[in-house]
Design a protein around this ligand. Structure first.
Ligand code: IVH
Length: 676
């Protein structure tokens, strides 16, 4: 029995790591649940065999009255922030370090470890003999709060370290909420008319400081390590980067976005490289951190007023700013959803100038009590639409507008087509009841269909769609494939050349993937991820068209609401007709028979793509692999089966070689795809 329990725990931990740290699950969710339930039931029968680091102990625990104070064995300090966001910030730091170390022009440049500055909450994880015994917040740096119960619910944090039984290792790092988890959480809350989180940072901090661990467990959090606290019985390496490598090997999550560089130039390049990909990162960062890599030099540099001289945070433009609401407009979306949008005094935020920000829906606008004339906090992070996250109430002018009332504002009618607006019971959104009679809905549906992540018709933007719909030339996506040279060249601002380009793009869009096609249809509640899951599950459009609500719910992450949206969409004769017309006009994709995931050729295989491929974009390569059942992960680990290395492949290729993972060049990759 003890043996079986130990086996189950090891197995579950392996899957937790693959799922939460490597983002590359090895088994279906149902199988994981089965293992978990078996362990739970064995532990229930033999309570004497339960250990505090069993994976079943992540959930549960009683609500607390207050957090106990924890005195840090080694104080948790903060770092200096360089607010000059230009290159000069990095250059000044290197100059200070060199000066302190007495280094001149003729000396070798200083080696630095560069990292991201995660935007969450600092946490100290104390492992004794490899087992997580305590987690504490930073507090005032000397004394924090004991948040062990809540931290245990964070799945990517190991309850015990791999291959380490050092007397004490304190791991320091940041608890954060990924953008995707933040959006998902808020979407769910919004749909139920409940309060939303202001931003991922508040989400992380609020969840960790939640006294009821059951509530904390509902908030999806993650963690990255960036350093150490107290250490006893572990021989330290010589550099900071090697410390992080060692933590990574112990199963602690460490971000891959780090580098060891030399001199000011190296810092500047890192700052720029990360700035360019900041929007694409799955989580918020507010800057990067540079640390002198040698631990000996760190000791030599020491501290000044509780801040290390060997580290600095170099910022990026803020993702939240204050501005004033000039007006509140109401926009009609693809499915008729009426969204209040704040028209703002233009403001530079998250790297661009923003003059519109979504207020999501009526309830949220009222809850935040946003009124015309108010000063508000606007947030723009990643490629997410800018949003108003809150009002600065003490700056409300005496002549500010009234509390927001959507129905009254619109006089009960769609601002575009004049149809009645409706809000169904239990729904947070008002909708235009005009359906595809409403030109706004038609336009949005076309823009969605032609979008980059859907059928990707380059050049079919707002202005063109406006003319095509207003001119009565295009009513449904299927009409796009009937467009001829005459119709297009006569549009405003359309020379012969751009007309040819557009027709060419339309022609090219005929060849697509099933996932893109499903997404392009614009079914309510079916986003890109769900479309991919549907395509993978059903394998062909006809299988999907034939499915009922029950069959649809067999698909991963598809619950009753999404299933009903799909059923409703397909029950509409008009929609079936458009689908038939699209197929008749030559829109096609590779199909495979309905196979269970286990039968797909690359099922269970994890690929990592790095560098540039000549013949296809990374996105296209990813789609092909996923269609064949593979999982495409962002970082290389022992679990990676293949690394596909294009031109200028970087650290991922090195890591693959180091771990002995099979590396394919573009030619070999194409051959492998062909063989399937
Ligand atoms: S090092 C003695 N590294 O930023 C050095 N901090 O003032 C201790 N932070 O609240 C900090 N990412 O939680 C370090 N890669 C990183 C970081 C990081 C985020 C946070 C940290 C603290 C603040 C530093």
């Amino acid at each position: 029995m003890t043996h079986r329990i130990a086996r189950l725990r090891a197995e579950i931990e392996r899957h937790n790591h693959a799922y939460y740290v490597l983002d590359a699950p090895l088994i279906p969710d149902a199988e994981y649940d089965r293992l978990f339930r078996e362990l739970q039931s064995l532990e229930a029968q033999h309570s004497e065999l339960v250990t505090p680091d069993s994976p079943t102990r992540r959930v549960g625990g009683k609500p607390l009255d207050a957090f106990a104070p924890v005195r840090h064995a080694v104080p948790m300090l903060s770092i200096r922030t360089e607010t000059d966001i230009s290159d000069a910030g990095a250059i000044a730091f290197d100059a200070r370090v060199c000066k302190e170390l007495g280094l001149g022009e003729s000396d070798a440049p200083v080696e630095y470890a560069c990292e991201l500055k995660f935007d969450g909450l600092a946490i100290n994880l104390r492992y004794e003999r490899g087992v997580l015994v305590q987690a504490a917040t930073r507090g005032d740096g000397e004394t924090g709060e004991d948040v062990t119960q809540n931290v245990r619910t964070i799945h990517c944090i190991p309850l015990h370290l791999k291959d380490s039984s050092a007397e004490v290792i304190e791991v320091r790092g940041e608890v954060y909420m990924s953008r995707r988890d933040f959006e998902r959480y808020n979407e769910k809350q919004r749909a139920q008319g409940l309060t939303t989180l202001v931003n991922p940072r508040n989400g992380a901090a609020g969840s960790i400081r939640q006294l009821d661990p059951a509530l904390a467990a509902r908030r999806p959090l993650s963690f990255f390590a960036y350093g150490l606290g107290e250490v006893r019985g572990w021989a330290l390496t010589a550099t900071h980067s090697a410390v992080l490598d060692a933590l990574d090997k112990m199963g602690v999550p460490v971000s891959d976005e780090r580098a060891v560089v030399r001199g000011a130039q190296g810092l500047v390049e890192f700052h720029r490289r990360i700035a360019a990909k900041r929007d694409q990162l799955p989580f918020d960062i507010d800057g990067v951190v540079y640390k002198v890599n040698s631990l000996a030099l760190q000791a030599e540099l020491g501290f000044v007023s509780r801040e290390p001289r060997w580290a600095v945070a170099h910022k990026y433009p803020a993702e939240e700013q204050l501005t004033v609401v000039r007006d509140i407009d109401i926009q009609v979306g693809r499915t008729g959803k009426l969204t209040p949008v704040a028209k703002l005094e233009p403001v530079f935020v998250g790297g661009t100038t923003v003059s519109n920000a979504t207020l999501h829906n009526e309830d949220e606008t009222r809850r935040k009590d946003v009124r015309i004339g108010d000063t508000v906090i606007v947030r723009r992070a990643g490629d997410v639409i800018p949003e108003v996250v809150g009002v600065v109430l003490d700056q409300r002018p005496p002549d500010a507008g009234k509390p927001f009332d959507l129905f009254e504002r619109l006089g009960g009618k769609c601002p575009v087509c004049g149809s009645r607006i409706v809000r169904e019971e239990g729904e947070a959104d008002w909708r235009c009841s005009g359906g595809l009679f409403c030109p706004a809905q038609r336009k949005q549906a076309l823009l969605h269909f032609a979008g980059r992540r859907a059928l990707d018709i380059e050049g079919l933007g707002d202005k063109l769609v406006e003319q095509l719909v207003d001119g009565g030339i295009v009513n449904t996506p299927a009409d796009l494939y009937k467009l001829g040279m005459n119709a297009v060249a006569n549009l405003e601002r359309m020379g012969e050349k751009s007309a040819l380009n557009l027709l060419d793009a339309i022609t090219r869009s005929r060849q697509t993937t099933l996932a893109r096609f499903i997404y392009a249809l614009g079914i309510r509640n079916v986003g890109e991820a769900t479309a991919k899951d549907l395509a993978q599950h059903f394998g062909s459009l006809d299988n999907l068209l034939a499915a009922d609500a029950e069959g649809l719910q067999q698909v991963r992450d598809v619950g009753p609401v999404v299933a009903q949206s799909i059923v409703d969409f397909l029950a509409e004769a008009h929609n079936r007709e458009v689908i038939a017309q699209l197929r008749a006009s030559g829109v096609h994709w590779p199909e495979h028979e309905q196979r269970h995931t286990a039968e797909l050729p690359f099922n269970g295989k994890t690929f990592v793509l790095t560098g540039t491929l000549d013949g296809m974009t990374r996105e296209a390569a990813k789609e092909k692999l996923e269609a064949l059942g593979a999982k495409v992960a962002g970082s290389v680990s022992k679990k990676t089966d293949y690394v596909v290395a294009g031109a200028e492949a970087g650290s991922k290729l090195d890591k693959a070689r180091e771990l002995g993972v099979t590396v394919l060049d573009e030619q070999q990759f194409l051959e492998l795809l062909m063989s399937e």
